[in-house]
Structure formats: structure tokens, C-alpha cells
Design a protein around this ligand. Structure first.
Ligand code: FCB
Length: 447
């Protein structure tokens, strides 16, 4: 083990998943439909017509998956709770069956010495709330806070760390600005109201959680963050990179940490009327940790004047290795990001947790195993970059690999495989990859 891959005692090692991507059993036990069920049913939305109907069948095989977590030796497991299993229409009394599932999962984790870290919203809005206006509608924020409160009441005695949202930026942009994710809206920059209501709901949920959780419980959020790089040296591409930074870190990080949106937002001609007096203070609840999901820097290019959106993602320079998602492998983007956050936000920055990092690689099941040296290299290089940032003074308290299992990768369907564990979707057979064993050994070597 190289000396650089040593982390402080108490550092939290984990893996992440999300409900919609692994659970399946979409009709079981009175679960209500979500925006992703609707989206997957529309022709042409998901690669190869894949759906999450079965996924990893985790809803029925969770014990086997917890055993895999135990074998890995992780200290914590980040999963998400499917709102519509609890409140099928996003409001009203909680369903006993849904509670029983997550309660059993939590108990199973605790029995193995693994700390449960649920995310309350990983993009699976109950369809009934979408029909009532979804995240464009302010009332959805109140509904989410109610859901958070109910979960705190039910699991608060056993769950030490909570995450409100996963990636409000991606959910806003892919789901509501560009329409490549559910609910498939193409609002362009008018999607700001969605971003605002997601952030507002976070603030309200933090208040609701803290009102019902024991004092020691920790509350955070998981945000996608990435350095924005101009695709070329042209001035308009530099301006596009600046704009992306404003739209991502400016909107989805600054109000959380500083209690106000960047002033520059007002110069973009975006409709900001969703912001009511007092909202920014509500959003800026104290955070016990700030979760960062990092995959790669974003290369960005200006679009021609008059285009519906002023920028688009560009190809990374050709010399970078690419994953099966087509994403460039640029580990130093992680240290650049973390050191930059520290520099820009200083003491306002809570302790960080890397809540997602990982790679889809061209895995093949051969002779009963999966040899995935490129994933091992990806993880090792990103952990080195993390170490660099920590040596530079950034307080990082944990690291979670995306993902435990190969799973339903949203609009890309099942083709990209992100797991430390291979899933044969025909048989549901799980096979730990070389990267699983590598991560297990790394965690064990820290002790
Ligand atoms: C993140 C999502 C996660 C997964 C990874 C690859 O943006 O949070 O669900 O799809 O990307």
C-alpha cells in the first residue's frame, strides 16, 4: 500500500447507491408511481428501452447486499429512501410496509456494524406531486419537509447521519432545463424556480429533521461539484465556463453556505421571483457536513447567440482517458475543486464528505470473476487527489464509492456498469470485482 493512501483515524469509508437504481419491485407493497416510472414508460427516453422494474432486485435481496457491504468492511452505507414507498402520493399517512422495509435495512446494517446514511431524495418524486406542479411549485418544498419529519420520527433513533437531497443541480438541469431526465421538462433557464424550491425544501427539511432527531445526529446534503473548464481559449468559452460556475456552485452551493445567491445572478435575466423574503435564511441551515459528488471537470463551450441555453458541454481534450460514460478521467480536478472550495468559502465551508466518486468501465465477467484494473486505477488516483487536498488543509471526513452494485444508470439504462460488484441482470447473481477486493484491502489497511 502506498504511503499516500493513508487517511486519518475515524475517516469514514463507504459506498453509495440510490433506491430507484437498485430496488426494483416498483409495484410492491403499495408503492406509488414516481416521475421516473412515467419517464421510463415514454418511448425513446431510456437507452435500449430499459426500465427500473427489476433493477438489482435489491428490495427483495437487501440482506445479500448488506452481506456484501459487510465483506467490504465499510463503516457506512449511503442509500436513498423511496418517498413513494412511504407516501405513495407524496402526502398523507406513512405506509407501514414502506417503513418496515427501510427499518429492516437499517437494522440489518447496524447488526453488521455499518452506519446507515440515507438520502431522502434521489430524484424519485411521487408522480402525484409532479401532477400538482412538481418542483416548480412552492408547496412541494413543504411536502418534502413533512416527509423528512416522518422519516426522522421513524428512524431517528437508529440513523446517525442524514442527507436531504442528491445533486439539486443535476436534477434541475437534466430533469427540468434540458429534459434528458425525469420529469423531462425543457424549461432552460426558467428552471431556476425548480432549483430554488429544491434548496428551500432542503432548508425546511433540515429544520424538520433537527426538531425530531437526537442532538448528536448529523445532517448534510450531497451536491455535484466540478471545476468548469473552457473548451477552448476563446473569450466566449471562458465566459461560458464562468456562467457554468455561477449556475452550479453559485446557485447550488453559495446560498447553502452564505445565505444568499450570488449578486451576479440578477444580471442574467433569469426570473428570480420564486425567491420570497426569508427564503435564503431558511436555505442556509447549519450543515454538519457538505457532501460532494465528483466525477470529472466539465468542459464547456458557448452556444451561438439566440440558442435556448447559452452554453453546452464540450468534449474534454482527446488525450484524457474516458470511461464508459464518455467522461474524462481527471483526478486532479478533485483536488482543484476541494482546494478551490476552501479558498472561496473559507470557514463557511463545513467538513466535507465525498458522497460519490467512481467510474463506469468496460467490465467483463470471465471465469467467474471481473478484472477491472481501470476502475482500481481511477479510485486510487482520486484518493490520491483527495489526500492532496486534505494535505492542503481541506477537512474531509469520509469517502463513498459510487457504487456498490452495477445498476440502472438513469437515461443510459443498464449498459454503464459503476459497481464494485458485478450484477448479472438475467440471474441477479452478484460477483465482486477486483476493485471490490482492492477497496476492502485498502479499508482494512487503514486500521
Ligand atoms: C450521479 C448520480 C448517481 C449516479 C452517478 C453516476 O450524478 O447521483 O445516481 O447516476 O451520477
Amino acid at each position: 500500500m502506498s504511503a499516500v493512501l493513508r487517511f486519518p483515524p475515524g475517516f469514514l469509508w463507504g459506498v453509495s447507491t440510490s433506491a430507484y437504481q437498485i430496488e426494483g419491485s416498483l409495484q410492491a407493497d403499495g408503492r406509488g408511481p414516481t416521475i421516473w416510472d412515467r419517464f421510463c414508460a415514454e418511448a425513446g427516453r431510456i437507452a435500449h428501452g430499459d426500465t427500473a422494474a427489476v433493477a438489482c432486485d435489491h428490495y427483495r435481496r437487501y440482506q445479500q447486499d448488506v452481506a456484501l457491504l459487510a465483506g467490504l468492511g465499510v463503516g457506512a452505507y449511503r442509500f436513498s429512501i423511496a418517498w413513494s414507498r412511504l407516501q405513495p402520493e407524496g402526502r398523507g399517512p406513512f405506509k407501514r410496509e414502506g417503513l418496515a422495509f427501510y427499518s429492516r435495512l437499517v437494522d440489518e446494517l447496524l447488526a453488521q456494524g455499518i452506519s446507515p446514511m440515507p438520502t431522502l431524495y434521489h430524484w424519485d418524486l411521487p408522480q402525484a406531486l409532479q401532477d400538482a406542479g412538481g418542483w416548480q411549485h412552492r408547496d412541494t418544498a413543504a411536502r418534502f419537509a413533512e416527509f423528512a419529519q416522518g422519516m426522522a420520527r421513524q428512524l431517528g433513533d437508529r440513523v446517525p447521519r442524514w442527507i436531504t437531497h442528491n445533486e439539486t443541480f443535476e436534477h434541475t438541469v437534466l430533469g427540468h432545463a434540458l429534459g434528458t431526465h425525469a420529469p423531462g421538462l425543457t424549461l432552460g433557464l426558467d428552471s431556476f424556480a425548480v432549483a430554488h424550491h429544491l434548496l428551500l425544501s432542503h432548508g425546511l427539511a433540515v429544520q424538520a429533521l433537527r426538531a425530531h432527531l437526537p442532538g448528536a445526529a448529523q445532517v448534510g446534503i450531497a451536491q455535484s461539484m466540478a471545476p468548469a473548464r473552457p473548451a477552448t481559449g476563446r473569450a466566449e468559452d471562458h465566459a461560458a465556463a464562468h456562467l457554468l460556475h455561477l449556475l452550479q456552485e453559485g446557485i447550488h452551493c453559495e446560498p447553502l453556505l452564505r445565505g444568499r445567491y450570488p449578486e451576479e445572478l440578477a444580471t442574467l435575466g433569469i426570473d428570480l421571483s420564486a425567491i420570497h423574503a426569508g427564503d435564503e435564511a431558511t436555505i442556509a441551515q447549519r450543515l454538519d457536513f457538505f457532501g460532494i459528488n465528483y466525477y470529472n471537470p466539465t468542459h464547456v463551450q458557448a452556444t451561438p447567440p439566440g440558442s435556448p441555453v447559452p452554453l453546452r458541454e464540450a468534449e474534454a481534450p482527446a488525450h484524457h482517458e474516458r470511461t464508459e460514460m464518455g467522461w474524462p478521467v481527471i483526478p486532479q480536478g478533485l483536488s482543484e475543486l476541494l482546494l478551490g472550495l476552501k479558498q472561496r468559502h473559507g470557514d463557511a465551508l463545513p467538513p466535507l464528505v465525498i458522497t460519490e466518486n467512481g467510474a463506469a468501465m468496460p467490465d467483463a465477467l470471465e471465469a467467474g470473476g471481473v478484472d477491472d484494473p481501470r476502475r482500481v486505477a481511477y479510485l486510487e488516483q482520486h484518493l490520491q487527489a483527495l489526500r492532496t487536498a486534505m494535505d492542503g488543509g481541506v477537512d474531509v471526513q469520509g469517502y463513498f464509492v459510487w457504487s456498490l452494485l452495477d445498476n440502472f444508470e438513469w437515461a443510459e439504462g443498464y449498459r454503464p456498469r459503476f459497481g464494485l460488484v458485478h450484477v448479472d441482470y438475467a440471474t441477479q447473481r452478484r460477483t465482486p470485482k477486483r476493485s471490490y477486493h482492492w477497496y476492502r484491502d485498502l479499508i482494512a489497511a487503514q486500521a
